[in-house]
Design a protein around this ligand. Structure first.
Ligand SMILES: [Zn+2]
Length: 110
């Protein structure tokens, strides 16, 4: 192991302790830096990446189904139809080029 790597590990451990103490709530960069070092020091295996990808795809599919259901009934206040901005997004945009109003569905249940 190189010296620069040792240094990274040291920072990584220190940041881990800070997060344990809840300091990352006060300093958001701590969590950010921790994640950056985690990627360098503990790269994810292909298996982990595959699982995460599958979860993400499944999540996107579920959102898409929900949005498609909603868009069957919902329309923009201008009367035009709405479309999803991108797959997996809960944000929809008016199809009317002159309107282009955006709406975001939240997942809270009524
Ligand atoms: Zn509109």
């Amino acid at each position: 192991m190189s010296n620069s790597n040792d240094h990274d590990w040291e920072s990584f451990c220190r940041l881990g302790e800070a997060i344990g103490d809840g300091l990352h709530h006060e300093d958001p960069w701590i969590a950010k830096e921790y994640k950056r070092l985690q990627k360098i020091l503990l790269p994810k295996t292909d298996l982990e990446k595959n699982i995460e990808k599958k979860i993400r795809i499944k999540r996107n599919e579920n959102i898409n189904i929900q949005i498609i259901e909603r868009l069957k009934k919902d329309k923009c206040i201008c009367g035009s139809n709405l479309k999803q901005v991108r797959s997996g997004s809960k944000t929809v945009v008016c199809k009317n080029e002159e309107c282009k109003k955006k709406y975001t569905y939240n997942s809270r249940k009524k």
